[in-house]
Design a protein around this ligand. Structure first.
Ligand code: ZN
Length: 117
């Protein structure tokens, strides 16, 4: 138990070290919604070694969605821009979220943007 806790803590610290680099990539805004407050890096593949290619910089409400939170997909239209992100990890993760929440309005954009889920 304690070992798992330590490993997780170390993993979180490794992820946190990418904060600056992600901040530069994201221009210090949430990579899903563009918010500027409460940003923190999150891992899109929790089991993978943290790399800038599999991390996101997200605000608190987006982090809640990222860890499985529920939301009315029609209230998430401000996430549409993320589907057009030039960062594959941003576009793919936003598309996966919107599909999980059943956002029908996003399907066309996901297809147009050529996001492979
Ligand atoms: Zn956000």
């Amino acid at each position: 138990m304690a070992k798992g806790y330590e490993a997780n803590k170390q993993h979180q610290q490794e992820i946190a070290q990418f904060g600056k680099e992600l901040g530069r990539r994201a221009h210090f805004t949430c990579e899903w919604c563009g918010a500027k407050a409460g940003l923190a890096p999150v891992a899109t593949i929790p089991t993978a070694e943290p790399e800038v290619e599999n991390l996101l910089l997200l605000c608190a409400p987006c982090r809640a969605l990222h860890v499985g939170g529920d939301a009315d997909p029609n209230r998430l239209r401000h996430l549409e821009g993320a589907l057009w992100s030039s960062e594959p990890v941003v576009a793919r993760s936003a598309a996966a979220l919107l599909r999980r929440l059943g956002a029908d309005w996003a399907e066309e954009t996901i297809e147009e943007a050529g996001i492979d889920l």
